[in-house]
Ligand binder design. Structure first.
Ligand SMILES: [Zn+2]
Length: 267
């Protein structure tokens, strides 16, 4: 139950993700730096361990969505959150796919995994239906993936209309625009809004990966993105570009300032 939006930039990309979860699920931890050296990565940590979105120093990024429109063949014995951490040593899609195919996925529920590889400008989606791994490649262009426990297909169709309308606005694809999109409520189809508020499920966090030039940052809001005056956590890493050696020590920035997340005029 999530929305992932990819926006290519001249020297990198934006990736935004709303995580829609049961309200009773224990909270995740804000993003931090994990690993060492080339495989240093930034991501928020789920209460069961693992993560649903992450990036490493090369700028390779992953986001994982539940795949609800296929039948569950085997009961869950291992969390889907364990998949992405196992791939974070990869700097290209071939290495990531090799690592994915080496994983023991038995007991992991169906998922769709988005892989972003800016050095090669590759945008990949892998799908696991508890039998096989299917791979799809997409052009390096704006794209969105949606899931909902009610219906992935219905959520995708509904949010696509909102996305296409928003793309006609002034200055689309900016970070502010992306935050407005992920904070939006669809009065016509409220169950499939980008920002979800249902009885038992809501958008519990918003995560943003900003990969530009020589830096990659993870911005994280531990609540619905429509809420006001909340703390935006920020962690960043120097980006290891393909032709470069490591550029100095890694440092951690956690910004606890209470900056407005979305300008007041959009609500
Ligand atoms: Zn909302």
């Amino acid at each position: 139950m999530c929305t992932v939006t990819f926006i290519p930039r001249n020297d990198g990309f934006y990736l935004a993700m709303n995580r829609d979860e049961r309200i009773t699920r224990p909270s995740a931890s804000p993003p931090a730096v994990f690993g060492q050296g080339v495989v240093e990565s930034i991501y928020p940590l789920d209460s069961e361990g693992g993560t649903w979105i992450a990036a490493n120093r090369s700028g390779a990024a992953f986001a994982l969505l539940n795949w609800n429109d296929v039948q569950v063949l085997h009961q869950k014995t291992c969390t889907r959150g364990s998949v992405i951490p196992a791939l974070l040593g990869s700097t290209c899609d071939h290495a990531a796919e090799l690592a994915l195919r080496r994983l023991d996925l038995d007991g992991i529920l169906p998922f769709r995994l988005v892989g972003i590889f800016p050095a090669q400008e590759r945008l990949i989606e892998w799908r696991w239906d508890q039998q096989t791994i299917e791979r799809n490649s997409f052009p390096w262009a704006t794209r969105q993936w949606c899931s909902s426990s009610l219906s992935d297909a219905a959520a995708t169709a509904s949010r696509k209309q909102v996305l296409e309308q928003k793309l006609t606005e002034c200055r689309p694809r900016s970070l502010t625009w992306l935050r407005q999109l992920h904070s939006s409520h669809d009065d016509g189809y409220p169950l499939f809004s980008h920002c979800v508020h249902r009885e038992e499920v809501e958008t519990v966090s918003y995560t943003e990966l900003v990969c530009l030039g020589q830096r990659i940052a993870c911005n994280y809001l531990a609540c619905s993105p429509c809420k006001r005056n909340r703390t935006l956590h920020r962690v960043s890493l120097p980006r290891l570009l393909a032709e470069m050696q490591p550029i100095g020590p890694t440092f951690l920035i956690v910004n606890n300032s209470r900056l407005p997340f979305v300008p007041p005029s959009v609500r």
